[in-house]
Ligand binder design. Structure first.
Ligand code: M6R
Length: 612
């Protein structure tokens, strides 16, 4: 996700150096382009890394203040033109922004009509033109920049963390927050604004976290906070005693936990601007260019690895049941060696968080060679798979640092649900069915928020079972891939033997392993397979195996049968994996933590596997 850093001080002319260093400590957030603006020297922007930006900066790039940005593309390609900071028509007002301006199309149309010229495709640019508009209308005065900024902020809708600067008042920077974090750093004769404390900590440990709907003005020796209605806010500074590494973890002990806890926001980000609930439609801009071709597609082959492969298996159930398209799911590492039979009526859909997994990439290339339409569900903007596929859907899950896929998996399932609506409505799915899925999707973030409140009890449960050397995960239908994913999570970070298995398949072999030392996690929501799952649980209990059930809220019956229950809010069958997988992620996390293991960087594993 985008990162912001802004500086104003009286310590010489090295604002450029300070900002570049700060950007380096924000790199972990993931980004595709970078940029910087100093009122005394102008702006420099580039696609790619901070190192590229540094190379482009001229020797005389000096100043006492400035704003800088790392961009994770949402609206507009990751190009120099779309990189931040963005300016108004006269190049006097500059902004860096993290978030999405939802009403930018209306605002842009109005501004263009009144004579403004836009230079980028980004939603962010409307902010500077709006400020310019208000500034030109207002009587010039000491506070007119502030007033114009406030008027502009009151017009925009969406999420934002913003830093704004005006060439004619160079030592002043205005920040605002709505949904995207902003922290102020308070030094003696220097002040900072950032998306998180990590770039501020080398300079000062005194910070103030802005809340939604708040605006701050900083200058070298003071700061002021007020609300969008201009009423003043008094807020004491907090002293941060964590390290920069901890700051990036947002106070969580591990990235994995932070990323699990981001789930509700991740679902919202994957859905943002893509649902028309009243019509039961999904709008996927990244597929528009191939929409006509997609109408003729007769078969989809999903290619992926690891967790993304399991997401694909859930997608198979969704797409076949609700969009009526035959789907096969293939491991990227096997697909290209299989001499698959494909034609132009086949779509090869790659699912990949990193967009760089070599096995998945080669499967896409094989699909292309054999004449298939290639699609991607990819998190990392501008990655190789995103570039090489014909069209696709970005996850917008933000960077995932923990090696174990958690929030990326949730967003892959959400994107697959959107794809199911998109393709389903092209085929037999009625508006009524589309509306049910859309409304359930919109309800998911609140349901997940409720579920995450149980993390302490899942911690206790993980401690209770942490002596086990083996674990079986059982599920059926939509939740069979969830069982596979739950087992993968546990084995990859706690190094114990864990197996995912179809509950109906258990009697064909795996049940032989069950005894009092071999516990089972049974994913048993109240869906069409519930009674069958209950019978399978009985079979385990009859062999003295302990069972933890992941069950639907209010299911008292199951509690009588099993040893422990984790309750999950109810939703429709096709979306239940999005909720049911989260307790399994938390269980694996606390289990590995209890064993004192390196949760974020498990042995032998890499985040992005770019070798065969
Ligand atoms: O970046 P990708 O989604 O293509 O990665 C695929 C797998 O390597 C990945 O999901 C891996 O299985 C994770 N460590 C699972 O937690």
């Amino acid at each position: 996700m985008c990162g912001i850093f802004a500086y104003t001080g009286k310590k010489g002319k090295d604002a450029g150096g300070i900002l570049l260093k700060g950007l380096l400590s924000l790199e972990y957030r993931g980004y595709d382009s970078a940029g910087i603006y100093l009122p005394e020297s102008g702006s420099v922007k580039t696609p790619g890394a901070v190192a590229e930006l540094r190379k482009k900066i001229p020797k005389n790039f000096k100043g006492e203040s400035g704003i800088a940005h790392l961009r994770w593309a949402t609206h507009g390609e990751p190009t120099e033109k779309n990189a931040h900071p963005h300016a108004d028509c006269d190049g006097e007002i500059w902004v860096v922004h993290n978030g999405i301006i939802e009403n930018f199309k209306e605002l842009k149309a109005r501004l263009v009509k009144s004579g403004h010229t836009f230079k980028s495709d980004s939603d962010t640019e409307v902010i500077t033109h709006l400020v310019e508009d208000h500034l030109k209308k207002s009587a010039k005065g000491a506070k007119s920049f502030e007033k114009a900024a406030l008027a502009a902020l009151n017009e925009i809708r969406g999420t934002y963390g913003i830093a704004l600067q005006y060439k004619n008042e160079p030592d002043k920077i205005i920040a605002a927050r709505m949904g995207s974090p902003i922290v102020l750093g308070l030094g003696g004769d220097e002040h900072f604004i950032a998306s998180d404390p990590s770039p501020i900590l080398p300079h000062t440990r005194k910070v103030i976290f802005l809340e939604d709907g708040e605006v701050a003005v900083i200058s070298p020796d003071k700061h002021r906070i007020f609300k969008l209605d201009a009423t003043n806010v008094k807020r004491k500074a907090t002293k941060i005693d964590w390290s920069a590494e901890d700051a990036r973890k947002d106070g969580y002990e591990h990235f994995m936990l932070k990323e699990i806890m981001e789930g509700p926001e991740v679902i919202e980000n994957t859905l943002r601007g893509r649902l028309i609930p009243a019509k039961g439609l999904a709008k996927l801009g990244g597929l528009e260019s191939v929409a006509k071709q997609l109408e003729k597609i007769e078969r989809i082959i999903i290619v992926a690895c690891g967790s993304a492969y399991y997401a694909g298996l859930v997608g198979e159930y969704m797409l076949e049941e609700h969009a009526g398209i035959p789907v096969e799911v293939e491991l990227g590492s096997e697909f290209r060696y299989r001499k698959p039979v494909l034609n132009e009526r086949t779509a090869v859909l790659a699912i990949s968080q990193s967009g760089e997994t070599l096995d998945t990439l080669e499967a896409v290339r094989e699909g292309k060679r054999r004449g298939a339409l290639t699609l991607g569900i990819v998190n990392s903007v501008g990655s190789t798979i995103a570039r090489e596929t014909d069209a696709g859907v970005y996850n917008h899950a933000g960077p995932e640092i923990g090696v174990a896929s958690t929030k990326a998996f949730i967003s892959q399932l959400t994107a697959l649900a959107l794809l199911t609506m998109f393709l389903g409505r092209q085929r037999g799915m009625t508006a009524k069915e589309g509306k049910i899925i859309a409304n359930e999707l919109r309800a998911l973030p609140a349901k997940l928020q409720k579920l995450l409140k149980q993390k302490e009890s899942i911690d206790i449960l993980a401690k209770k079972y942490s002596g086990s050397r083996d674990f079986l995960f059982l599920g059926r239908r939509y939740n069979l891939p969830v069982a596979f994913e739950g087992a993968l999570k546990l084995k990859e970070i706690s190094y114990i033997h864990a197996e995912g298995c179809g509950a109906g398949e258990m009697k064909h072999g795996p049940i032989a392993m069950i005894d009092e030392k071999f516990p089972t996690m049974a994913i048993a929501p109240k869906d069409s397979m519930y009674q069958k799952m209950i019978s399978n649980i009985h079979e385990i209990k009859a062999r003295k195996g302990s069972v933890i059930a992941v069950a639907t809220d209010g299911d008292k019956e199951i509690a009588k049968l099993v040893d422990d229950v984790i309750y999950v809010p109810e939703t429709i069958d096709m979306l239940s994996p999005i909720l049911n997988v989260v307790p399994l992620q938390l269980f694996a996390y606390y289990f590995a933590k209890e064993k004192g293991l390196n949760v974020d960087r498990p042995r032998n594993l890499a985040k992005s596997v770019t070798v065969e």
